[in-house]
Design a protein around this ligand. Sequence first.
Ligand code: GP9
Ligand code: MN
Length: 400
Amino acid sequence: NGSDMEEIIEYRDELYKEPNEDLFGIAKDKNIIVLSLESIQGFVINETLDGEEITPFLNELIKESYYFDNFYHQTAQGKTSDSEFLLANSLFGRNSGSVFFTHSGNSYNALPEILTKDGYYTSVMHANNKSFWNRDVMYQSLGYDTYFDINSYEVNEENSIGWGLKDKDFFEQSIDLLKSQPEPYFTKFITLTNHFPFELGEEDRLINEFDSNSGTLNRYFPTVRYMDYAVEHFFDRMKEEGMYEDSIFILYGDHYGISQNHNRAMSMFLGKEEITDFDTIQLQRVPMIVHIPGHKKQETMDTVSGQIDLKPTIMHLLGIDSKYDIQFGSDLFSPERDSFAVLRDGSFITDKYVYTKGVCYRKPYGWETSTANCEPYIEKAQQDLGFSDRIIYGDLLRFY
Ligand code: GP9
Ligand code: MN
């Protein structure tokens, strides 16, 4: 009810961080391209397998971008859809199940809706059935103008593998769809090839499989490598079409690809004796890249952050005030921001500590340390999740 909302607004006011003056509004009236990269985890970045880079294109792109190397996915069972929810609302998805199914009828003040009011055309491109994750329904609640689903693509046996249309063909066919949109636009692409069980045709294998007892991890590297290649193709095509300069690119991983079931193989790849609970949390980092063509002094930033921070970051890049929006993240570029990310299970990360399963670890080696060190953040983590849940379960934004 209304009084719940008052408490939340007060909490939100404390969380709010002023934008970075140099970057506020830098994306104004530019096209915004968001790439949701399926199942990519941070550990593949700047890493090699048999002497070959796993993500050569992203590694190059990062040198000319803002790259956040301590950015965490905050999803749970809703997987890709949870990451979409976090991006759109700066609210957490559900602890179990998928908010895309259970609360598609809520009132939101989502990013697509905000951008539409700001003169943007908003869309999603993804070559899957429109009802998967209840997207056709939820996207309307979030305010997207159009969902270019599988029906917008030519999909056949030749250009498909695994879950469907191969990423390179997906991007290639999306160019004309992009062109068909009024400008400025905000368009999110969701890739598909690097999805479990990581199937790939021989002709698309640009790098060896890993050699371990986990076929899943073994196959993961060639499909990540293929996705990297497809993204490179997309950038090449954007440049060829003269659409690159007027755009700002935001790339992020949606969630982990390799579960804890593959810890033994993972420890082999990472050259560790075992994967501890501390390591498991650190493996939840996903790449996050903001690429602004022509902008100087882009750099790697180590602030601890997560998908909850995407909405305020994008709003501020566009020069939109986020002070009165109910959000639980903060602008990644804000000079005032705290290094902090809370995961959906209540684990959290600060610049110095990782807290999970009731144990406090000190970074970077993951040595166990006194819980007192993590204590100051335990309540904050619970409050972030608890307030966010209250908003969703009570549909509280309808009062705001
Ligand atoms: C399906 C794609 C993958 O459309 O988003 O979904 P996931 O299994 O990763 O949630
Ligand atoms: Mn996914």
